[in-house]
Ligand binder design. Structure first.
Ligand SMILES: [Zn+2]
Length: 235
């Protein structure tokens, strides 16, 4: 290589290094702020139950409300790491109803809706655990509000990925659920598995499975956003 072209290559390399350093500096400046969210898209993660409402109970005494919170936080961390803005309806074991007096369940649900409304959320994912009389029932299942097309798309995408992960063939189920009906954005309830099935319980309590399950829920959300936009442009 001639000396002149060698110098040109060197100059280009120096310029590249300077540009990279500048980019890294700008990125680090961005992360000094309070929010590390890179994407203008808010996901609210709702850990079902809490406080005096423990939800269903596993044979070993594990309360659904506690395990829901473990999954909610793991899912939130994954979404946050991917650059999404993440909010939770609850981050402690307590419920959102205030005093545990008559009507606490409805107060709890209303408080959850308020979190979603105030956040101008783009998506809501509510985390639950299932239980059924027939102990053969197993695997994750996704529920959505009857009549909501986008929620159906979201539920179908997440169910598809979860079926592949858990080697199941479950279908989504529609119904009338407060947390889905009362919020403006697409929303789903993910029942991660059955407390009435021994294999599910063992899996659900396993840390590695918890992380994998949440990664797959998130992958389902990504599939939904990729396939139908998911309202990315209408915030
Ligand atoms: Zn539940």
């Amino acid at each position: 290589m001639q000396k002149k072209s060698k110098n040109a290559v060197l100059l280009l390399l120096v310029l590249l290094v300077v540009q990279l350093a500048l980019l890294l500096y700008l990125c680090s400046k961005q992360f000094e702020g309070q929010s590390t969210s890179l994407i203008d898209f808010t996901i609210v993660i709702d850990a079902g139950h809490g406080g005096i409402d423990g939800g269903v109970v596993a044979p070993d005494g594990t309360k659904e409300s506690d395990l829901n919170l473990v999954y909610a936080k793991a899912l939130g961390n994954i979404a946050q790491d991917a650059g999404f803005n993440v909010l939770y309806t609850r981050t402690s074991s307590g419920g959102l109803y205030g005093l545990p007096t008559k009507g606490f369940k409805m107060r709890d649900m209303i408080a959850r809706k308020k979190v979603v409304d105030a956040s101008n959320a783009n998506l809501v994912i509510s985390i639950h655990m299932n239980k059924f009389a027939d102990s053969r029932q197993h695997g994750p299942q996704v529920f959505y509000q009857r009549g909501s097309d986008l929620s159906f798309e979201l539920a179908s995408s997440v169910q598809k990925v979860l079926n592949s992960f858990a080697n199941t063939n479950r279908t989504t189920q529609s119904g009338d659920y407060y947390i889905c009906r009362e919020v403006a954005c697409p929303s789903i309830i993910v029942e991660c598995g059955f407390f009435s099935n021994a294999t599910d319980v063992a899996n659900l309590l396993d840390e590695q499975y918890q992380q994998q399950m949440c990664e797959n829920i998130f992958a389902g959300v990504m599939l939904y956003l990729y396939s139908c936009g998911g309202g990315m442009s209408n915030s």
